[in-house]
Ligand binder design. Structure first.
Ligand code: TXA
Ligand code: MG
Length: 312
């Protein structure tokens, strides 16, 4: 047992805050059955209260104790995708109190696969409430250094776990209502969920966000970001000159000082996205230009995060 992980579990038991790596992004963890610990977590993040938070477990069996009904669909998806980057929204049991569900009758459950997260959740034993370990509204952290940049002394311990393999937040599927509904796209696609379920999955209409991931401007750098189609990139650079930082598929342009070239494969792109946005945000430019990725299904999750980064 990693002694840091043992210390982390003790901190959680004492009502403290531990940032820990997951395969998607780093989480800011608190004991999900402690109102005081969860309140501290909201305060550290600067997140408005009343927002629901995902509860993390070492395995499906302990996760499902927090649901009062576990539909067959949830069991199938858990068997297929847990541990892994999928969050299931189910009707809550008495264990899921209002301070983790935001007063809703449902709870978000997730079993992450990162070995350090697994070790921590096993050692702690209970559910760990964890939003992404960034300040509210900022880009999610995919490295321990990002967590320290944002939260520094507001957290009792940051567990190191390298750079997150997936790089964007988990897919969220709501199974608490009639039909399965995708609330947040992620690396596990709608198509994969439909294949596993042999059923249709509907996508949430973005008109009624009932969770902060549904707010328009979220996952956003501080520098205004603009999505630019490939054919318009050159003209946009010509117009704005050296005052821009660019995130693109193509080779760096001489006129631009800060240019990050991204992979043409969606999962590799997602893995690097948030670190790239943080880096470009630090470049001190007026605008971040982001070359629009292809409008195909495999880019849905990345497209979702880019649209939010550029909103507002
Ligand atoms: O990959 C992830 O999911 C990361 C890692 C740390 O696990 N966590 C994460 O948490 O992204 P957060 O809080 O930044 O986003 C969780 C989203 C929020 O939009 C929240 O409102 C939604 O999940 N959520 C949680 N419980 C919910 C519920 N009962 N009903 C609807 N949405 C819920
Ligand atoms: Mg977040």
């Amino acid at each position: 047992m990693n002694p840091e992980v043992r210390r982390a579990a003790e901190i959680l038991r004492a009502g403290g805050l531990v940032a820990f790596p997951t395969e998607t992004v780093y989480g800011l963890g608190a004991d999900a059955s402690s109102a005081a610990a969860v309140a501290r977590m909201y305060a550290a993040k600067g997140r408005p209260e009343g927002h629901p938070v995902i509860v993390h477990f070492a395995d499906a069996e302990s996760a499902f104790e927090w649901a009062r009904e576990v539909p067959e669909a949830a069991r199938q998806l858990a068997a297929r995708f847990w541990p892994g980057p999928l969050t299931l929204i189910l009707k809550r049991s008495a264990k899921a109190k209002d301070f983790v569900t935001g007063g809703q009758d449902s709870v978000g459950l997730r079993v992450p696969s990162h070995p350090v997260a697994q070790e921590l959740l096993r050692e702690f034993g209970g559910g760990v409430a964890a939003p992404s370990a960034n300040l509210f509204g900022n880009v999610s952290p995919t490295a321990a250094a990002h967590v320290r940049e944002d939260l520094a002394k507001r957290v009792d311990l940051v567990l190191e776990g390298g750079s997150s393999e997936v790089g964007i937040e988990s897919t969220i599927l709501d199974l608490s209502g009639g039909e399965p509904m995708l609330l947040r796209p992620g690396v596990i696609s709608k198509f994969q969920l439909e294949q596993a379920l042999h059923a249709k999955v509907s996508a949430k209409s973005s008109a009624f966000p009932r969770h902060p991931g549904g707010l328009e401007r979220h996952y956003a750098p501080k520098t205004p970001a603009l999505l630019v189609p490939p054919h318009a990139l050159d003209a946009e650079i010509a117009k704005r000159g050296a005052r821009v930082a660019v995130l693109a598929f193509s080779r760096p342009d001489e006129r631009v000082d800060y240019w990050i070239r991204m992979p043409r494969e969606p999962q590799a792109y997602a893995q690097r996205l948030y670190a790239a946005l943080r880096e470009l945000d630090g470049a001190g430019c007026e605008t971040i230009l982001i070359e629009t990725p292809p409008e195909t299904a495999e880019w849905t999750a990345v497209q979702d995060r880019l649209t939010r980064a550029a909103a507002g």
